[in-house]
Design a protein around this ligand. Structure first.
Ligand code: COA
Length: 583
């Protein structure tokens, strides 16, 4: 089939649809829809079999759905309608939620239903639920739709509010007043639900240290911490860059904030203490507590396997994060009771490379970018030069840019089926580092390596394995993945298996010895990166700004347009061949 993905942004869910459909042999084009009038013309020039909208914030114009079959993924249960589905479900504390795939018609979210799935709704932030539960359920709905269409089914089920199974209803957008944190009245549980429901966008509004802010990424403080609290709504402790705020019945750790005033850092989501740096400097120093910070890297040992966790928010590494990781890795590498080190990443992302928000707000972004890249390179170098231990990347969540390349520094890469990676830097205006010019060609052939870095398209775990980037794809639930990789690691370091498991390392080290020294790769990559940061020769500055302040795209990005043109040419070739056969 020729499937046209129509989306407001080529986000994680749209990328997953793209790789799933492409892997299954469908021809997939992608349009980032900005509401322009020429969409109908573009579609008419290369008419798709169906249009699927995995993530669309505006209505499909009448002229489009009347002419083409359009299917919309709605992140809500049957009957739910409106733009804030998940937000309402989280705020109201639903225990079960779902997704529905419906056909577009004249009424938004009210078309015939082709597939639906439900899942238990855990008390987590909106973006994590979207990235995992919504995305997996949406993919299941997509395959049900394709199967039904291929079997010739013509209609979905009409939406019927009289059915007992129709539990959703139409909802307005969640108003900002319902998201606003009221420290004097809201119990901790409600504050948390407001923050989780507003995660990613738009954030939960409040005032902290006298500054209007939007709050993201919060978790409940332990009773021992809460017992030290002062006035409700006041910051009374810190742990790294997380700040602890007193609530009516306890305390909340706040990981990230976005200022809403006219400060130079406004508009950018930052670690809480960084966003309020000026205000914190002006008052008495806060007690520093050691909390159970969910974004802290940590090391765990199971038998002879060390596991390095790095659950950093959005998988983004600041200078300090990379330094911490290098130090933790060195500790595991220097431990004679350890034979294998598993790089576990985090639940949301394995890694997305350097943290661009802190680069953006730094007094000198070029210097900060340079420091960040050097720090992450130190981590990559520590992995690459770890001589006597087997290092395994256990990729249970998506990875992009430097993070996708970083995983290749390990001896072995295990990836969960369903993971999507973006192993390229060009769209951010960077040449790239993390020794990718060494590790990518080790694994992928030259043509594939060039295609990956030039086409800038996401790829699935299976494609990554077919290209040689990944050694093993595990088609198992997310919760079982790490445990399974650790079992594999233990088996691989068992005395009988050791020679085999070290083959990859020996091969890599041999290549390093025969080829240029490691340092030469680093120097060459970094000399190009220096140009990117300090001379802005690939427009890193404007690309980073657009990314960090979430500038809405004004058209389909160029790399997707190039991909669409290639698909159109391929389809035109097929049509030509078919008509020649008929003659
Ligand atoms: N620095 C800071 N924040 C980052 C980040 C980074 N390197 N990578 C992702 N994020 C943030 C996004 O801003 C977004 O935050 P939000 O929840 O506040 O909106 C969140 O992580 C999710 O990212 P998003 O872009 O929405 O996810 P996606 O699944 O659509 O796309 C990527 C994934 C990797 C393609 C995309 O995030 C990306 O291009 N990241 C930048 C990678 C990069 O260039 N790194 C620097 C070079 S090493």
């Amino acid at each position: 089939m020729h499937i046209f993905l129509l989306c407001s942004a080529f986000n994680g869910l749209s990328q997953r649809f793209f790789v799933e459909l492409t892997d299954a042999g469908h021809q997939v084009t992608v349009e980032v829809f900005t509401g322009d009038d020429a969409l109908e013309q573009r579609l008419a020039a290369n008419p798709p079999d169906i249009i699927v909208a995995p993530f669309l914030k505006r209505a499909i114009p009448d002229c489009i759905w009347q002419r083409f079959r359009c299917f919309i993924l709605h992140p809500g249960i049957v009957g739910d309608r409106g733009p804030s589905s998940l937000d309402w479900a989280i705020l109201e504390g639903w225990h079960e939620w779902g997704v529905t795939l419906l056909e577009a018609n004249a009424v938004m979210d009210a078309g015939d239903i082709w597939a639906t799935r439900t899942f238990p709704l855990p008390p987590l932030a909106k973006s994590r639920i979207y990235r995992h539960l919504v995305t997996d359920a949406a993919v299941a709905c997509l395959w049900e739709l394709i199967a039904k269409l291929q079997q010739g089914q013509q209609h979905g089920d009409p939406l019927d509010y009289d059915r007992a199974t129709t539990r959703g209803r139409e909802r307005a957008a969640l108003p900002i007043s319902a998201r606003t944190l009221d420290w004097q009245c809201d119990p901790t549980d409600l504050l948390l639900r407001k923050i989780r429901a507003s995660d990613s966008l738009p954030g939960a509004p409040t005032q902290l240290a006298g500054v209007p802010v939007r709050v993201f990424n919060a978790w409940q403080a332990e009773a021992t911490v809460a017992s030290r609290r002062g006035h409700v709504g006041e910051i009374f402790a810190r742990d790294g860059d997380a700040l602890c705020v007193a609530t009516l019945d306890g305390a909340l750790w706040i990981g990230h904030l976005r200022r809403s005033d006219k400060h130079a850092c406004a508009q950018v989501k930052l670690p809480a203490a960084v966003a309020l740096r000026d205000e914190l400097a002006a008052c008495a120093s806060l007690p520093v507590l050691d909390a159970q910070h969910p974004n802290k890297p940590w090391l765990e040992t199971r038998g002879r396997v060390a596991i390095l966790h790095f659950p950093l928010l959005n998988g983004a590494f600041t200078v300090r994060d990379s330094q911490n990781l290098t130090a933790l890795f060195a500790r595991a590498a220097g431990d004679s009771s350890v034979d294998a080190i598993v790089l576990a990443g985090g639940d949301d992302f394995w890694s997305n490379g350097i943290e661009l928000n802190s680069v953006h707000v730094a007094a000198n972004p070029a210097e900060e970018g340079w420091a960040s890249i050097n720090a992450i390179d130190d981590f990559a170098e520590a992995i690459l030069t770890c001589r006597d231990k087997l290092v395994i990347s256990a990729v249970n969540a998506n990875a992009g840019a430097g993070g996708a390349m970083l995983m290749l520094a390990a001896d072995r890469v295990f990836m969960r089926a369903g993971v999507v990676i973006n192993p390229h830097y060009k769209t951010m205006g960077l040449h790239g580092s993390e020794f990718w010019t060494l590790t990518l060609p080790w694994r992928a052939d030259a043509e594939a390596a060039v295609a990956l870095s030039e086409n800038c398209l996401p790829i699935s775990a299976r494609q990554a394995a077919a290209l040689g980037l990944v050694d093993s794809v595990l088609d198992i639930p997310r919760e079982a993945f790490l445990e399974t990789v650790v079992s594999h690691a233990s088996a691989m370091i068992a005395p009988a298996a050791l020679p085999d498991s070290h083959k990859a390392k020996a091969r890599a080290q041999e290549a390093m010895r025969r080829g240029r020294p490691l340092d030469a790769y680093r120097r060459e990559e970094l000399s190009r990166m220096r140009g990117n940061f300090f001379a802005d020769d690939l427009h890193f500055s404007s690309r980073r700004t657009a990314f960090v302040i979430k500038q809405p795209p004004c058209q389909t990005p160029e790399h997707l347009q190039r991909h669409n043109a290639a698909v159109a040419a391929h389809l035109a070739g097929l049509r030509r061949d078919k008509s020649e056969e008929e003659v």
